[in-house]
Write a protein that binds this ligand. Structure first.
Ligand code: ZN
Length: 221
């Protein structure tokens, strides 16, 4: 006899979070799950985005390239802002990335209310062009009528996405570390030096879906 059930099968294990940037022609509407912004300078180098590791210790305004290979080669950096949010339509929990300039309304919302959690973010590119300016508007979700998922550990999720070794991370930043995740053992410098400008290898999900042969997406700020 069949085994009937009223329950959908349990979701496949979480494959990690995607970084989403505001698309060219479609707005993003999402409810923010994290409390605060996470700001990080990044380089676009070797065909992919990597975090900048220059030293911030100098309080007199000068910065030292330190261990950052990209800075030592005078590769320019950009400041990016990251938050976790749930798409209002698809219900996907993702990491939203934008420039520091675009994130100003988010910083103002955080300052006014004390938290970004429950803020509804509406991001769009009014000109509809790739790399054109992103405009963000904010609103407040009625959290009494919805259950908002807990935010991911953003630093851990980004470190995983950037395929950096987790060994150097502070232990408190490794909250929620998934024991099934196997960190890259390759030295960081070698991972970054992709002289033939190869794109990132396809993800497991892309290989399974057959999408790994398509052209790499254009890097959109
Ligand atoms: Zn750097």
């Amino acid at each position: 006899m069949p085994t009937w059930s009223k329950q959908l099968p349990a979701k496949e294990k979480h494959m990690g979070f995607d970084i989403i940037r505001t698309p060219q022609c479609r707005p993003i509407q999402a409810t923010i799950t994290c409390e605060d912004l996470l700001v990080c300078d990044t380089h676009f180098w070797g065909g992919r985005t990597i975090p900048c590791e220059r030293k911030h210790e100098e309080l007199d305004g000068t910065l030292s390239a330190g261990d950052c290979s990209a800075c030592r080669q005078s590769v320019p950096f950009r400041t990016h802002v990251y938050i976790s949010a749930i798409d209002c339509k698809t219900k996907d929990h993702f990491i939203f990335e934008c420039t520091a300039y675009a994130a100003k309304p988010l910083a103002e919302y955080r300052k006014a209310t004390g938290t970004l959690r429950g803020c509804v973010l509406h991001a769009r590119r009014p000109k509809g062009l790739p790399n054109s300016r992103v405009v963000i508007e904010t609103n407040t979700a009625n959290l009494s009528k919805m259950t908002l998922a807990n935010p991911p550990n953003l630093k851990l999720a980004l470190t995983t996405i950037w395929r950096l070794p987790l060994d150097g991370m502070a232990s408190e930043d490794q909250r929620d570390r998934d024991s099934r995740f196997v960190p890259q053992k390759e030295p960081l410098n070698r991972m970054r030096n992709q002289p033939d400008n190869q794109p990132d290898p396809p993800t497991i999900g892309e290989v399974i879906s057959g999408n790994h042969k398509k052209k790499p997406a254009v890097e959109i700020a």
